[in-house]
Design a protein around this ligand. Structure first.
Ligand code: CP
Length: 313
């Protein structure tokens, strides 16, 4: 039995507000472990975790690997170029192969929405979605909530502006429902060409200029323009985009003094965020990265049985 109400973490819909609170509380304990000189616990000794990353990643793949190792699990990394998928093996056959090796948990990143769900249907292991196409990236949302809680002291009642390429963003796809579950007010901000056809389905308020909402925001969450997923140029130039939607020193001056700036990475400096802001004390981008290890330790620990797993060892 999992410490969570779900067997897998595919989308934020899998997690109740109570589950989210449990992940955040558990991550607090693991953050303390990560600050020790010896950053290792025996909790998941003998468990096998596979990171199956069929799309590029720096932060998510590395932090899942570090998290698994800090919990003493056997962590195996498979990337697209180093797996049999390049020889034409189907995702189903990859799943069945990993299942035959008795893996306990698979973290999967895939360019197609729904791939983690399909994987879970083909095998017995727990599955965590490490980002599927333009759909969801739930552990990113969890680490973002953790960071907001630590930086602002609460999540409930905060206004969070998610700015930029909303239509291609799996980060926005998970963060909007996550914020709503925890009682915050998400506002998506961007040009109409970067909004989903029906932004209301995201459950967020919508604004088309950053300057109209900047003074209301407690958190400005800046998104990268995903040119690799866009068809054609969704705005006249990067320079014009930066002028209307970029976070810069002038906009920081117009914001509440306590407003923090977040970004999931990778950042495009000079486009959605200026270098001066990215390197300022108001930006908590590296705190988000730091939180990623503790939050992913918590997610894996709770999915694999939490305290029961340690007791059975
Ligand atoms: N935030 C995020 O998912 O970054 P990576 O693509 O580097 O994993």
């Amino acid at each position: 039995m999992s410490g969570l109400s779900c067997e897998h973490i595919m989308t934020m819909d899998d997690l109740s507000a109570e589950d989210i609170a449990l992940v955040l509380d558990t991550a607090e304990s693991f953050k303390e472990v990560n600050e020790r000189r010896i950053k290792k616990l025996p909790t998941l000794r003998g468990r096998t975790i596979v990171n199956l990353f069929l799309e590029p990643s720096t932060r998510t793949r590395t932090s899942f690997e570090i998290a698994a190792k800090r919990l003493s699990a056997d962590a195996i990394n498979m990337t697209g170029s180093a797996s049999a998928t390049v020889k034409g093996e189907s995702l189903r056959d990859t799943a069945k192969t990993l299942s035959a090796m008795a893996c306990d948990l698979i973290v999967v990143r895939h360019r197609y929405a729904g791939a983690p769900q399909y994987l879970a249907e083909c095998m017995d292991a727990h599955v965590i979605n490490g980002g599927d196409g333009m759909h969801q990236h739930p552990t990113q949302a969890l680490l973002d909530l953790f960071t907001i809680q630590r930086e602002m002291g609460r999540i409930e009642g905060l206004t969070v502006g998610i700015v930029g390429d909303i239509c291609h963003s799996r980060v926005a796809g998970s963060l909007v429902p996550a914020l709503r579950k925890m009682g915050a007010r998400p506002v998506v901000v961007g040009p109409p060409t970067l909004m989903p056809a029906r932004p209301d389905v995201l459950g967020a308020e919508v604004a088309h200029t950053l300057d109209e909402v900047i003074g209301e925001l407690d958190v400005a969450y800046m998104l990268r323009i995903q040119m690799e997923r866009a068809e054609g140029m969704p705005f006249p130039s990067l320079r014009e985009y930066a002028r209307f939607y970029g976070m810069n020193s002038a906009r920081l001056d117009a914001a509440k003094p306590e407003m923090i700036v977040m970004h999931p990475g990778p950042m495009n400096r000079g486009v959605e965020i200026s270098s001066a802001v990215a390197d300022s004390e108001r930006a908590v981008v590296l705190d988000q990265v730091n939180a990623g290890v503790a939050v992913r330790m918590a997610a894996m620990y709770l999915l694999l049985g939490g305290a029961e797993s340690a007791a059975a060892a």
